[in-house]
Ligand binder design. Structure first.
Ligand code: HEC
Ligand code: HEC
Length: 334
């Protein structure tokens, strides 16, 4: 369950960090501060963290969630499109897992309603981890260390896929990045961002970027067409939400990505074809708003976007329980 630190009582508990740390925004803006997340079930979070880093959930034995959502690199793989089992290229760019709990749905086309539903996909997807759920469960159920931990968290040693995905989702809920300089500014600290960055925010807001990039994550609140004023040129065959709804109006409609930590999550767009923030801002201006920004305007917007980098989760690498003699072995070349 999600608990937000909004009550005063909890705010006092964290005052040691900073006296105004989790106050709510004093500025009324379309982007709102990220609230820290405190899980009511730390044991479930720790188990989910292990599973997130667990390469034995893949057929090859070397691919974990963290391979493509590298938490040392902003929760992405920084590739145009992901590479999974057998060195197979996926069709789309890996979105960050940071703050993904804040989005209305998961995946570029929103085909999973929430994080738990999402987590079931990559384990068995042949171009990702290529591991049938039955085999993944055979692996986990053969490892006494995992059985103990699942029993502690779920009250059963008989591990099911729902337990696996619930634990991963609970861990992912903790991957929020509060306390960005922009959030400090939203909360009233005038000096948290420079005049130049503020000018960038004004251009961003006044030209209409916030129509789509809004809310806590500066994105993730709606599905929008990629190419409103002008078509987006892409060689990618991906058609966005149309592939889910079959509705013509949804063709090339994608979940608006978060702009939190965007300086880390290059390359950009669902096809990963924009290498730099400058390029993606230029393209967005032209195809979504019909604006041709000057180099200086682009520079200012990019400076603003970099103020959206928050405190990334500081993680200790989990030590995974050893396999037993009965654990099915990986098959990297299958
Ligand atoms: C081979 C690389 C790869 C692996 C391994 C992988 N992912 Fe992903 N992940 C992706 C790609 C690519 C997408 C986007 C797919 C799409 O939208 O169609 C994605 C999407 C997601 C999303 C949705 C984010 C959003 O903003 O919509 C989440 C959450 C996520 N993955 C979590 C996980 C978890 C948990 C695991 C491990 C069980 C995992 N991923 C394993 C590449 C990977
Ligand atoms: C009509 C809605 C809309 C507007 C307006 C809009 N965007 Fe976007 N933005 C999107 C969508 C949708 C995507 C993802 C498109 C894709 O990858 O196919 C996106 C992607 C991006 C990305 C890439 C993020 C990533 O992780 O790949 C950046 C950066 C961005 N927008 C910045 C801006 C800026 C700056 C403006 C204003 C000039 C702007 N956007 C205006 C909808 C919008």
């Amino acid at each position: 369950m999600k608990v937000k630190l909004s009550s005063l009582a909890v705010a006092i508990a964290v005052t040691a960090v900073s006296s105004v740390a989790w106050a709510s925004a004093v500025r009324d803006e379309p982007i709102t501060p990220i609230q820290p997340y405190v899980s009511e079930n730390p044991a479930k979070v720790q188990l989910g963290k292990k599973l997130f880093f667990e390469p034995r959930l893949s057929m090859s034995g070397i691919i974990s969630c963290n391979t493509c959502h590298n938490l040392s690199r902003g929760g992405t793989d920084n590739l145009a499109t992901s590479i999974g089992h057998g060195w197979a290229a996926g069709p789309v760019n890996a979105p960050t897992v940071l703050n993904s709990s804040l989005a209305i749905a998961q995946f570029w086309d929103g085909r999973a309603a929430d994080l738990q539903e999402q987590a079931a996909g990559p384990i068995q997807a042949d171009i990702e981890m290529n591991m049938p759920h039955t085999l993944a469960l055979d692996v986990l159920n053969s490892i006494p260390g995992y059985q103990d931990e699942f029993e502690q968290v779920f009250g059963s040693r008989d591990i099911t896929i729902d337990m696996v995905t619930a634990a991963i989702a609970e861990f992912e809920e903790t991957l929020v990045t509060p306390n960005a300089r922009f959030d400090q500014w939203l909360k009233g600290d005038d000096n948290a961002i420079t005049a130049y960055e503020l000018e960038g925010y004004k251009i961003f807001k006044d030209s209409g970027c916030t129509a789509c990039h809004n809310g806590e994550a500066a994105g993730g609140t709606s599905f929008q067409r990629m190419g409103i004023v002008r078509a987006y040129e892409s060689t990618s065959p991906v058609e966005g939400r149309y592939s889910i709804t079959g509705n013509d109006a949804d063709r090339f409609s994608f979940k608006v990505p978060t702009l939190r930590n965007v300086e880390y999550t290059y390359p950009y767009f669902h096809d990963g074809q924009a290498n730099t923030l400058e390029e993606s801002v230029d393209i967005m201006g032209q195809i979504q708003l019909g604006r041709h920004y000057t180099e200086e305007e682009i520079d200012k917007i990019v400076a603003f976007l970099k103020t959206l980098t928050g405190d990334m989760p500081q993680l200790t690498l989990p030590i995974l329980p050893p396999s037993s003699n009965d654990t099915p072995r990986p098959d990297p070349f299958r």
